[in-house]
Design a protein around this ligand. Sequence first.
Ligand code: ADP
Length: 192
Amino acid sequence: MFNLVLFGPPGSGKGTQSNSIIDKYKLIHISTGDILRSEVNNETPLGLEAKKYMDQGMLVPDEVVIGMISSKLDENPQVNGFIFDGFPRTVAQAEALDNLLDFKNNPINLVLSLQVSEEELKKRLISRGEVSGRSDDTEAVIVNRIKEYHAKTAPVAEYYKTTEKLIEVKGEGEVDQVFGLISAQIDSLIEA
Ligand code: ADP
C-alpha cells in the first residue's frame, strides 16, 4: 500500500495534480474540501455546520474532518493506497491520521509539499474564482484562507519534517512539468 499526502497552500495545485496521480497510480483520492462541498450541497447537518466556516475562509473544526476521514478509510479496505488532498491541515489532524493509519499498519509513505509563491497563489485563486463559482474564491475570503494556512497548516510541514517524509516540489510552471517532478518522487519510492 502507498499513502501519499499532497501538501501546500490554497491554490498550489493539489486538486489538479491529484487527478493525474490517481490516474497513474490508481490511488483513492480523499479531498476534504470536495467531501465538505458535497455535504454543503446536500444540505446535511455536517454541511450546514461546515459552511459557516468555509464561507469565511476558516478551517472547519478538527473533530468534524477527522471523523470524515475515518469513515472514508473504513469504506475502502482493499486499495492500492490513498492520496490525501487538503488534509491534514492542522497538527492535530496529522496526529489523528498517523493514529488511524498505524492502526491499519499502513503508514504515510510520502508527503509532497508544493512550493508556490504568495503572489502566484493569489493570482490563481482570484482567476479560479471567476470560473469556479466557489463562494470562497473571493478576495476577502482568500486573504483569510491564506492566513489560516500560515497560522495552522504551515506547522504541519514541520511535523512531517521530523519524520523525514517530507519532500518539497516546485509547484510553479506547466501542470505536466509539475506532475513530472511528483511522479519522479513517487517512482523512486515505489521502485526502491
Ligand atoms: P483550498 O485548498 O483551495 O483552500 P479546499 O477545497 O481544500 O480548498 O478547502 C476549502 C475549505 O474547506 C477550506 O477553506 C476549509 O474551510 C475547509 N476544509 C477543507 N479541508 C479541511 C481540513 N482538512 N480541515 C479543516 N477545514 C478544511
